[in-house]
Design a protein around this ligand. Structure first.
Ligand code: HEC
Length: 206
């Protein structure tokens, strides 16, 4: 079983990388169109009281230019968050990412992406890491070879509880990085999209 899952999952990592490249190309076109007609339904409506941590430049860069079945994408074609109702409501993927993060990552990276003595604050890392870099590190792991303390980011490439929710983790952490989402458990959320249901079933079952 163990052997089989390794064989099946190699192509998954390669597929992820390929899918990402294709997506960027397609969405560059969409971004042009979206620039011409900004859609107010895609705008974030944040909690005015949460201004302290807000990085306006990042927030503008992360702005959604497109939504397809509950999945928001930015001008570069990467998945992004959508926050409404004065910061009280998040898109499905941000909510799901919050839950996955606190199941798989927070033991090392601290609650709410705040970091720990062992691992960096991902709310800061995601200010600069691209989607591709993020996926690469999470799938393949990372080791600080210069550190005398041997800090290791494990490779999660064969953990479906992580790989099947890569975009979810990414958008949640992007929302933390720009300050759009504070140190809160997201309350209200958009309905779980049919595409998320389908992708989850295929990913976990395959
Ligand atoms: C066993 C502890 C541990 C767990 C669990 C863990 N990480 Fe890490 N992670 C680390 C360490 C340590 C580093 C720093 C490695 C280095 O500097 O080379 C790191 C680095 C990273 C980086 C690169 C950050 C940067 O600034 O370069 C990303 C992205 C990341 N982790 C994402 C995740 C995600 C997402 C999860 C959950 C799916 C996760 N990690 C779970 C220990 C962990």
């Amino acid at each position: 079983m163990r052997h089989l899952s390794k064989v099946v999952l190699r192509p998954l990592a390669a597929g992820l990388a390929l899918a990402t490249v294709g997506m960027v190309a397609v969405h560059a076109e969409d971004a042009k169109k979206a620039d011409a007609t900004p859609d107010p339904a895609l705008a974030n409506q944040l909690n005015p009281a949460d201004k302290a941590e807000l990085d306006e430049k990042l927030l503008a860069k992360d702005a959604a230019v497109k939504v397809e079945d509950g999945k928001y994408t930015d001008a570069a074609g990467a998945p992004t968050f959508h926050i409404t109702n004065n910061g009280k409501k998040v898109d499905w993927y941000t909510y799901s990412g919050y839950r996955r993060y606190h199941a798989e990552c927070h033991v090392c990276h601290g609650p709410d992406g705040m970091g720990s003595t062992y691992a960096p604050a991902l709310k800061d890392s995601l200010k600069t890491l691209s989607y591709e870099e993020f996926v690469g590190i999470v799938v393949g792991g990372k080791q600080d070879v210069n550190s005398s303390t041997q800090k290791v980011m494990p490779a999660f490439g064969d953990n479906k509880n992580v790989t099947c929710y890569m975009d979810d983790l990414y958008v949640y952490l992007k929302a933390r990085a720009s300050g759009a989402l504070g140190r809160v458990r997201p309350g209200d959320k958009e309905e779980k999209p049919e595409a998320a249901r389908k992708q989850e079933k295929e990913c976990l079952g395959g």
